[in-house]
Design a protein around this ligand. Structure first.
Ligand code: PEP
Length: 258
């Protein structure tokens, strides 16, 4: 059996200041000991990245950007390239977070190009996918999620997709306090993995699938215990050391087989 290491990722969104981001990074560094059996990544706002990189440099914690340009350089005012993130020591980047898809009107095709840019710089993209409440109600969940994944498959192939991570984040659960039940999450994750297996069974079994959407210390254990849930992308509960550690402690427990 192939063991996938749990991954706990904190999406800080547009929160905090240089000072609060600095204490959060330092707090996590002292709270999460070296040699843990799961991975931890934080996604601070772009302007806090240099400071967070400085704090976490050489540690077991990793960091990444919340978005990336679909272009490598040039006249794209306000955008940040994958190369720039790489220069800041990022190993990771989010691609297609639902807030970027919604407010930034990012299409599946644009997100796929961003994913490809990240791979081109050796970054690991976290492809965020998920359905709205209306789409779930009209039984479109699987079609929506597959169209989001398929655009990336068209752009980079299954081997390219397999170099990243997929985060299933039902839009109706993000920042709402409504969490998908562990069974609902497992159902979608299993759908994703079984469809990927048709393309490449080994990649499907290796690929980490995260759940995101109001995940916190109270529901993380049930979610992460599901066979196809390999950790979480955490928004609100990643903003304090205490809340994030409550999630990490569940990953720690599960990674030790407790
Ligand atoms: C997110 O933004 O990726 C997220 C999951 O947010 P929250 O945990 O606040 O729902």
């Amino acid at each position: 059996m192939l063991v996938r290491k749990l991954l706990v990722a904190g999406n800080w969104k547009m929160n905090g200041s240089i000072q609060s981001a600095s204490s959060l990074a330092s707090g996590l560094l002292s709270a999460i000991r070296d040699g843990i059996g799961y991975d931890v990544v934080v996604f601070p706002p772009f302007v806090h990245l240099p400071m967070v990189a400085h704090r976490l440099q050489g540690s077991h914690l990793q960091w990444g950007g919340q978005n990336v340009s679909a272009h490598s350089k040039g006249a794209f005012t306000s955008e940040i390239s994958a190369g720039m993130l790489k220069e800041l020591g990022c190993q990771w980047v989010l691609a297609g977070h639902s807030e970027c898809r919604h407010y930034g009107q990012e299409s599946n095709e644009l997100v796929a190009k961003k994913f490809a840019q990240a791979l081109g710089q050796g970054l690991m993209p976290v492809l965020c996918v998920g359905e709205t409440y209306e789409q779930r109600e009209s039984a479109e969940t699987e079609a929506i999620i597959w169209s989001q994944i398929d655009a990336v498959l068209t752009e980079v192939g299954v081997a390219g997709l397999g170099q990243g991570v997929i985060a299933y984040e039902p839009v109706w659960a993000i920042g709402t306090g409504l969490t998908a039940t562990a069974e609902q999450a497992q159902e979608v994750h299993q759908f994703i993995r079984s469809h990927l297996a048709v393309k490449d069974d080994i990649i499907a079994r290796r690929m980490r699938l995260l759940y995101g959407g109001s995940c916190n210390g109270s529901n993380a254990e049930a979610l992460f215990s599901m066979p196809d849930v390999d950790g979480g992308l955490i928004g609100g509960a990643s903003l304090t050391v205490e809340d994030f550690m409550a999630v990490c402690q569940k990953a720690d427990k599960l990674s030790k087989g407790e």
